[in-house]
Design a protein around this ligand. Sequence first.
Ligand code: 13P
Length: 249
Amino acid sequence: MRRKIIAGNWKMNKTPSEAVELINTLKPLVANEDVDVVFCVPAISIIPAVEAVKGSNIEIGAENMYFEESGAYTGEIAPNMLVDAGVKYVIIGHSERREYFAETDETVNKKVLKAFEHGITPIICCGESLTQREQGITIDWIRQQIKIAFLNVTAEQAKTAVIAYEPIWAIGTGKVATTEQAEEVCKAIRDCICEIYDEATAEAIRIQYGGSVSADSAPELFAQPDIDGGLVGGASLKPDFGKIVNYNK
Ligand code: 13P
């Protein structure tokens, strides 16, 4: 039985002091022993956030990471910096990074390999645009993203990875994918992992749905056989996140 993982992606929101305040508000609300809970916060808030979640069930994640160890990469953050700060997860290849910061499947793969090398669990994002969905190429597109993201990743590493399926048209739009649409793609992702590796890896890997997840939509989405939780944007900044995490209560 895979353990659910529900992560908040704070994106570019909250100052460091606001982050601590929000964590203190959410801490009692997101207690749920059945679920792994992760807050992915802006880099500048990681250190105070790690301090603020001490003694709770919340782990802190980063929203991005560079694929080199150190050096002349102004503005970037190295994997060992995240590890030293107490980060356990890192979002890789979010569609906003692909769209605004020129990330590609190839850079996603480099970052995924680096994250594993440093013992950080990658939350690997994939998802189609509305045009791609309307053209009927969603599954082909996602399979390509997954195959490149996992190049040279071992089965043992892949078993511990998290994949977030986030249809771009559902992000921040209030337009959540139907349960059937979300499950269909998450199942196709699991099948793809099975093809690349084997049944055991496909059974172990955790696949989240993301895109306008709310307290209303979470219970049905997370009850699907291939959906192991969610990557939540807007609603992760509100007390509603407690309801999403406690979708099973
Ligand atoms: P929303 O939940 O705000 O649609 O954002 C989803 C997302 O991009 C999470 O990574």
